[in-house]
Write a protein that binds this ligand. Structure first.
Ligand SMILES: [Zn+2]
Length: 274
């Protein structure tokens, strides 16, 4: 059996947590990540028949029965993950229709998975139904997206259109736009269900006055989605209070669709004049 601390799936998540902390997106114990892992990738590093603890999840997710997740721990600080991955991260397998998480590795100080586990697992279930290559759910608190939820209309079309206009790359990176949840109490099944519902039509879901959720096929893609939206929000927060002389027009956004072979969410761009 190889040392799990040397596993590529572990080192990649450690690097991602460190990087996100460096971006200022994960103050204190803010933020959480879960990565769906195949049995093949785990088998050389983790004894899959040795259940260390059985932890109730408080929800059911039959679609995820038997699936393995590497997940950040509740109350853990992203800044500390690199110094003690085995205490701050854990590998769990969902059992009993998702109502139990079987701990197979990690959480060595008696901890458990993030308090946002319901939002993560419900989002994974939605995205696996849409894209079999889906693997990652990521949550964090980027400053500018958060700030934008105080001063910008939370209407999803309006919010997305502003982001698309702030940087040419945006419509290429997230043509489906971002969805927005109004402020809610976090860490509950209710916000988990609401997030998963919003995930059905977009990989990015903004939690007003809290942060953002991203879903993707790997850590780089998911990080890059959030990074791009956050960059755009940063431009917006720099210029929102200034008179605008110009922006990217809908005609320009249609030309980007054509150039990069993407399709904006139906109805979120004005139709081209004929
Ligand atoms: Zn949060």
């Amino acid at each position: 059996m190889k040392d799990a601390l040397t596993a590529p799936w572990l080192t990649e998540l450690v690097r991602t947590c460190t990087n996100m902390y460096a971006h200022g997106w994960d103050e204190r114990n803010g933020g959480n990540i879960s990565v769906l892992l195949s049995e093949d990738r785990l088998a050389d590093y983790v004894y899959l028949t040795n259940v260390l603890r059985r932890i109730p999840t408080g929800f059911s997710a039959p679609a995820l029965e038997g699936k393995y997740f590497l997940v950040t721990g509740t109350g853990k600080y992203f800044k500390n993950v690199q110094y003690d991955p085995a205490a701050n991260l854990g590998v769990v397998r969902l059992a009993d229709g998702g109502q139990t998480a079987e701990l197979l590795w990690g959480f060595t100080d008696g901890g458990q998975f993030t308090s946002e586990f319901p939002a993560h697992m419900m989002s994974h279930a939605v995205w696996l139904g849409i894209d079999p290559a889906h693997r990652v759910v990521m949550h964090c608190h980027p400053d500018n997206l958060l700030a934008m939820t105080y001063v910008h209309d939370l209407d999803e079309r309006a919010f997305t259109r502003t982001l698309w206009q702030m940087e040419t790359e945006c419509i290429v990176v997230f043509p489906e736009g971002v969805n927005v949840l109004p402020w809610m109490v976090c860490g509950t099944n209710e916000i988990g269900e609401a997030t998963a519902e919003k995930m059905k039509t977009a990989r990015l879901v903004v939690w007003a006055q809290h942060g953002i959720y991203g879903a993707g096929r790997d850590l780089d893609e998911t990080f890059g989605l959030i990074e791009t939206a956050e960059k755009a929000a940063g431009i917006y927060m720099k210029i929102a209070h200034l008179p605008w002389k110009q922006t990217i027009t809908d005609e320009g956004l249609h030309r980007l669709e054509a150039r990069f072979g993407v399709k904006a969410r139906a109805g979120w761009l004005e139709p081209l004049a004929t």
